[in-house]
Design a protein. Structure first.
Lengths: 284, 284
């Protein structure tokens, strides 16, 4: 993933072939996936009051997600990621963070956050000071309700930029940690994967680490690196908020199961969804 | 196809699930297809100066099509078609014509039109008087150069609205006519398909009629209704205009062949592209 500014986004777009515009974003995709499984879910994130912002707001609400953050009336346009796929199937993601960086504490609906059994934070938003402030305010609201706080480390460059702050944040405020191998190594400053995982297990209640092709390629890897066996549930279903209309049933969703089974299910679902959605490479 | 106004487009969009935004439109898709085959091509059509208009302009240029029509600075927003796909694979297309109806004679580049061996007109644009005026001006430029004028009848409702005008237009100004069975019957005012085709053959040099599942289901149907045997070429390659960068080679394109072979090739290509691009129905 490469972060770009608006000028570079325009330059690169001018060089790209015809595209498909699809709403997305790391955290938004996660929440849309959770909503698709029938779990009531909300999203807090900033777009501009432009057409692509309206498309994003439509799509995430149409996915059954409660979304009420006001669109910015000025400043950078709605964030976008220009994704290039080479014939070997590899993606290059060029991300202009745009209006999403304008998130600030006034965008939080304390009652909405208090209703959530789990809040899920996207590490990328640690960059802008006001968004970081919003994160800390949301964490306080969640913990006052004895609810869980989940964080994804987002990418290893993000971790490298804020390593000291994340080393304070994770053990003290995060209950559920998502990372890949590079990110957890970057955070702990070690190349020893087992040591990095041991640190994370001490720091958080639940740690979910993905390892691409190594992740679930052997039962040992499954047990040690994918989802840790536990009697806790990954997510359970809180009472539906009044404004949210999730699907009435969700036959595919393991509502209450051990983490190892949830991990296996998630890996399988991810593989299947990747197989469906990776765009076909364009002929050169 | 159902024509809708902007209010209905907004209402319907609010009820739809998450979408994919893809540039398109009947004539634009045709021209993008021709450009993909390596034939230099240009497009004249109107968008608003909004984000979706910019996306359309990017996509059609990135497809190798020369596109220089100024975006409208006011008035209706860029046209869109809200396409719903039911689980049986049937599409419902709801089209808001928007800014595209603002096309007028001042949008024509006479030199660009004069360069084109064939100009292709979209019947839908017979609705707005200024666009109709632009059509007639373009036809005059083409015929002054002894170039060909092609028309697609677009849909049977469009034909019904302007039947008398089309009955004057087609035999006097159109060299190549595209229609489906319902459209050619609506134009000629008969339910006798053979009589309708006989009229069209008298009226135009080349007639291409599609009949869905009947179109190429038997050799007799192929010979009579798909593309008429002739020694003429469907399209040939004019010198590339300076601003157009088509692919250097196009192995799939029958550059010069009899019409019957071109018709068979087009039917086959259409079947394959439909199989690829029909969106998967959403679960209900």
């Amino acid at each position: 993933m490469r972060l770009i500014d608006e000028a570079e986004a325009e330059r690169l777009y001018g060089l790209m072939g015809p595209g498909h515009e699809i709403s997305g974003g790391s955290a938004a995709n996660t929440i849309a996936g959770i909503a698709a499984l029938g779990v009531p879910a909300g999203f807090i994130g900033k777009v501009r009051d432009d057409q692509l912002g309206a498309v994003f707001a439509h799509d995430i609400r149409a996915a059954g997600v409660e979304y009420a953050t006001d669109a910015a009336a000025d400043g950078a346009s709605t964030a976008r990621c220009l994704i290039l796929v080479t014939p070997d199937g590899q993606r290059t993601m060029n991300t202009f963070l745009g209006a999403s960086q304008g998130l600030n504490p006034s965008d939080l609906d304390a009652a909405q956050i208090a209703r959530a059994e789990v809040i899920y934070l996207e590490g990328y938003l640690w960059d802008p000071p006001a968004a970081k402030e919003a994160f800390m305010a949301a964490i306080q609201i969640a913990h006052r309700q004895a609810n869980k706080v989940a964080l994804t480390l987002s990418d290893s460059f993000c971790v490298a930029r804020y390593r000291d702050e994340f080393l304070e944040l994770v053990p003290n405020h995060i209950d559920i940690l998502f990372a890949n191998e590079a990110e957890i190594k970057a955070l702990t400053g070690t190349d020893d994967f087992d040591a990095a995982v041991a640190w994370a297990r001490d720091a958080c209640d639940i740690v979910a680490i993905t390892r691409s092709e190594k992740g679930r390629s052997s039962s040992r890897a499954t047990k040690r690196t994918s989802f840790w066996p536990s009697r806790a549930c990954m997510w359970s279903t809180p009472p539906a908020p009044a404004t949210c209309s999730p699907p009435a049933s969700s036959p595919g969703w393991p509502r209450a199961c051990r983490l190892r089974r949830a991990g296996a299910w998630a890996s399988s679902a991810r593989r299947r969804s990747s197989a469906i959605w990776v765009p076909a490479p364009r002929p050169t």
